[in-house]
Ligand binder design. Structure first.
Ligand code: NDP
Ligand code: GDR
Length: 341
């Protein structure tokens, strides 16, 4: 029987499916769910080089009878594969984290971004509906959907996406709501503001800065080339945000929630925090390169997560200055960096 908004799942089975398990959030979520006793299935793309470095520490030989993590090749552009695997796995919770997730890249590859970040969600929802698996569904929605609408942004704030990525996420947001309303599916949107960690992709701004600060501190690099330093973001710690995702699927009623810290810092501030960790002045080491500008920018995202605090008991603990320190110190260790002074 399908878990619906009226009849939340009564099943004692805890079988999660994570798309995008090889990504930053997928790896933290897999850790969390394994700790909570779930059997975890992850979808990963086939690639010519291994793309599992973030989850290698969780790997278990599937022949081991105690194994609870299973990986499957599956791409969100391949709908029939999604149906086949959903039937076989029969999950109780599905977390849709897979996406072409880079905003700048979405201007270069708008059609591909639409196919994965947008239509991929419909393919997965349709596979759940068609197979009738008893799964609750989490959609990785984004603060990028708010785009040019001024802060603070919460669940009631109108969307005004400023990139092909943002537009694709708005589509996915609405198709998730539509499956909730049309088919009574327990389907929710987590509207997450930027969240970072030492596992963040290397071309996102926080990781780029943390890596750059460590490389400069150890004399491996002299300059870091950056784009718009005035953008304001609300940066939290990814490890805490995956707990919020899980809580959304344990709620009585399917609803959409914002997760954010409520803080506002510029890219310039983040440079200051990271370079301060290695006792350097960022202004001596940062140069401008217009290639990192976007055709249309999102100036300011500052989230109001009071609904998640009130109803889910979720609240961000790690704020940007500490986050920058955690990320820069992790880089110093990862790069075997020895400070030059
Ligand atoms: P990442 O870019 O680190 O991970 C994205 C994951 O999606 C990777 O596992 C990637 O595989 C996979 N993927 C990409 N395209 C496909 C495809 N066509 N089929 C199957 N898998 C695919 O993102 P994050 O972990 O940071 O974010 C997780 C989700 O949350 C994304 O949907 C993102 O858009 C969204 N989000 C993220 C926020 C953030 O601040 N981190 C904020 C709000 C929303 P591979 O490893 O092979 O590239
Ligand atoms: P964002 O993250 O676009 O907010 O999307 P990103 O870290 O790429 O950019 C944040 C801000 O920094 C400015 N910036 C630079 N960005 C990058 N990547 N590289 C640079 O050199 C640079 N210089 C300045 C950008 O212009 C921007 O204003 C992230 C992604 O994880 C999305 O998937 C997610 O949905 C949103 O966060 C919430």
């Amino acid at each position: 029987m399908t878990a619906t908004a009226e009849s939340p799942g009564t099943s004692q089975r805890k079988v999660a499916l994570i798309t995008g398990i090889t990504g930053q959030d997928g790896s933290y979520l897999a850790e969390l769910l394994l700790e909570k006793g779930y059997v975890v299935h992850g979808f990963m793309r086939r690639s010519s080089t291994f793309n599992t470095s973030r989850i290698d520490h969780l790997y278990q030989d599937p022949h081991d009878p105690s194994a609870r993590l299973f990986l499957h090749h599956a791409d969100l552009t391949d709908g029939s594969r999604l149906v086949t695997l959903l039937e076989k796995i029969n999950p109780t919770e599905v977390y849709n984290l897979a996406a072409q997730s880079h905003v700048r890249v979405s201007f270069d590859e708008p059609e591909f971004t639409g196919l994965t970040t947008g239509m991929g969600t419909t393919r997965l929802l349709e596979a759940i509906r068609a197979t009738g698996v008893p799964a609750r569904f989490y959609q990785a929605s984004s603060s990028e959907m708010f785009g040019a609408t001024p802060p603070p942004q919460d669940e009631e704030t109108p969307f005004w996406p400023r990139s092909p990525y943002g537009a694709a996420k708005v589509y996915s947001y609405w198709i998730t709501r539509n499956y909730r309303e049309a088919y009574d599916l327990f389907a929710v949107n987590g509207i997450l503001f930027n969240h970072e960690s030492p596992r963040r992709g290397e071309t996102f701004v926080t990781r780029k800065i943390a890596m750059g600060a460590a490389a400069v501190a150890s004399g491996k690099q002299q300059y870091l080339y950056m784009g718009n330093l005035d953008a304001v973001r609300d940066w939290g710690y990814a490890k805490e945000y995956v707990e919020g995702m899980w809580r959304m699927l344990q709620a009585e009623v399917p609803q959409d929630y914002v997760l954010a810290t409520g803080t506002a810092y510029t890219v310039r501030d983040f440079l200051e925090f990271c370079f301060r960790t290695v006792n350097l002045d960022w202004q001596d080491h940062v140069r401008f390169d217009e290639r990192y500008l976007r055709p249309s920018e999102v100036d300011s995202l500052i989230g109001d997560a009071s609904k998640a605090k009130r109803e889910l008991g979720w609240e961000a603990q790690v704020l940007p200055p500490e986050l920058a320190r955690i990320m820069t110190e992790a880089e110093m260790v990862a790069q075997h960096a020895v400070p030059q002074r």
